[in-house]
Write a protein that binds this ligand. Structure first.
Ligand SMILES: NC(=O)CC[C@H](N)C(=O)O
Length: 303
């Protein structure tokens, strides 16, 4: 299949809608000032073929897409033990919700909501330096150096009252082993990783290759672990819009409030779309639209 003309066509189709609807994340100034009228798309096939269009080389804040890489680090370090304190059910609630945590005694529903990623990060702190591990993993996966946006990380910490509450709440249930501030410093830095669509399309390549590194081919995760990450992306990767994503797009996806969404077609390709304006669930509006166009035009879906 010729992907380059398909991606160019998607960019042309969406151009009139650029910045017309949705809201750029405004909970921190560094994200609030990102111009809404931007859109990028990039993919990389299992065979190494690449295609990209629009603002695919513009770096953005990957935000919750980092939860995917944190989970990968956690699975690598701990295997099955990771699941002792983290569930695998969709939450049906916003990504930063506190309500379920109390009813469920501080055990987060899944690793892709904030509470779940904070719990994963706590486990990573017990095993080493999660900030260094994150940069090492994503840089290796996309074959280029990747950095934190320190301004974003600092504002996340300054205004992260809800995440601080989530961390302390879990700690009160005895579900966080390390100091909440150390765990949150790593979590906020993970949210502040800056990458482009091209880099993310490459970096998520292990998810369509049964866990093998997209460039070296070395096993990063087992086939079974990789299948499980894809299952979690489908059921929990886009928060309380996961049902709508499965219905309209039919691919495992992970989104972030920076406006990025990564998607996986197992055994075929990994792709990333980015547009900063979000819908009420915190998912990129045009990103979702673009993925819908992509699956409609290519016929690719896991169903
Ligand atoms: N959905 C997201 O991308 C949320 C990430 C954001 N930094 C937060 O912690 O709330």
């Amino acid at each position: 299949m010729q992907f380059q003309p398909i991606l160019e066509d998607i960019v042309a189709t969406l151009r009139p809608e650029l910045g017309a609807q949705g809201q750029v994340a405004d909970y921190i100034p560094a994200l609030a000032r990102v111009p809404a009228a931007q859109f990028g798309i990039a993919l990389r096939t299992c065979g190494g073929e690449e295609a990209q269009a629009g603002d695919s080389a513009t770096p953005f804040s990957i935000q919750s897409i980092s939860k995917l890489f944190a989970l990968t680090l956690g699975m690598r370090a701990m295997g099955e033990r990771l699941w002792e304190r983290i569930g695998r059910e969709p939450s049906g609630n916003p990504f930063n919700s506190l309500v379920q945590l109390e009813a469920e005694q501080g055990t987060p529903r899944n690793p892709f909501i904030n509470a779940g990623a904070i719990a994963v990060t706590d486990r990573l702190v017990s095993h080493g330096d999660p900030k260094a591990a994150m940069l090492e993993l994503v840089s290796s996966l996309c074959n280029e150096p990747v950095h934190f946006d320190e301004e974003v990380a600092a504002s996340e910490a300054e205004t992260g009252f809800r995440n601080i509450a989530l961390g302390n709440f879990m700690k009160s249930f005895g579900k966080i082993d390390n100091s909440v501030s150390t765990v949150l410093d790593a979590y906020f830095h993970h949210c502040a990783v800056r990458m482009t669509c091209q880099q993310l399309a490459r970096a998520t390549g292990f998810l369509c290759r049964d866990g093998r590194h997209p460039f070296s081919g070395e096993p990063l995760l087992t086939e079974r672990q990789t299948r499980r990450i894809n299952a979690l992306m489908l059921t929990c990767g886009t928060y309380d819009a996961a049902g709508e994503f499965a219905f309209r797009i039919g691919l495992p996806c992970k989104s972030g409030v920076g406006g990025g969404i990564v998607a996986v077609v197992p055994d075929r390709l990994s792709l990333c779309v980015w547009s900063p304006a979000l819908d009420a669930t915190g998912n990129s509006l045009l990103g979702m639209h673009a993925l819908e166009l992509f699956t409609a035009r290519t016929g690719l879906s896991i169903f």
